[in-house]
Design a protein around this ligand. Structure first.
Ligand code: FES
Length: 170
């Protein structure tokens, strides 16, 4: 961290950017300057933090906080937090947030008894947890899922990777 009190990272990689992250980081920088806080609070944009479906995502250090689904309208509350006020609970993503619990339950089921299973089974299991094909594709791009083509569609497999196993403590 730069020698400021807080360092704020706003993900502006493609998925967060599609949902307004560039407006969020631009406005946040401006509001921090207007509030005279720019010597205490450093705001940067950053690449993906592997929570693409939940973005725009904002990370605050040293608080070790992730805010998800942030819009420009949320910034006054976030700035109050940065000034020493309360954490914005409704935006907070933690290990125990519903989204993370859903992922953990899905990956627990998908990794048992083996991390590899037929792709059709993997997709059906994901659907039973409310997770669609777009979500699977994103997880694949982020390295949480590996897809291995077969000689025919029935022999295609999908694997819960070591990255997912480590992230979700499986
Ligand atoms: S694009 Fe922002 S977390 Fe991936």
């Amino acid at each position: 961290m730069y020698w400021t009190n807080k360092h704020v990272l706003v993900c502006t990689a493609s998925h967060c950017a599609q949902k307004g992250a560039n407006a969020v980081v631009g406005r946040l920088r401006l509001d921090i300057v207007r509030a005279g806080l720019d010597t205490e609070i450093l705001v940067n944009n950053c690449g993906t933090i592997d929570l693409c479906d939940l973005g725009p995502n904002v990370v605050v250090y040293p608080d070790n906080i992730i805010y998800r689904g942030v819009t420009v309208k949320d910034l006054p509350e976030i700035i109050e937090h940065l000034k020493g006020g309360p954490v914005v609970e409704r935006l907070l993503l933690s290990k125990h947030s519903a989204e993370e619990e859903t992922r953990r339950h899905f990956y627990q089921a998908a990794a048992s008894p083996s991390p590899t299973r037929p792709a059709a089974d993997f997709i059906a299991l994901a659907a039973s947890h409310g997770l669609d094909d777009a979500w699977i594709s994103e997880q694949q791009r982020r390295g949480f899922v590996a897809r291995k083509p077969g000689t025919d569609p029935e022999s295609e497999t999908m694997t819960v990777t070591k990255k997912a196993i480590a992230r979700y403590g499986l």
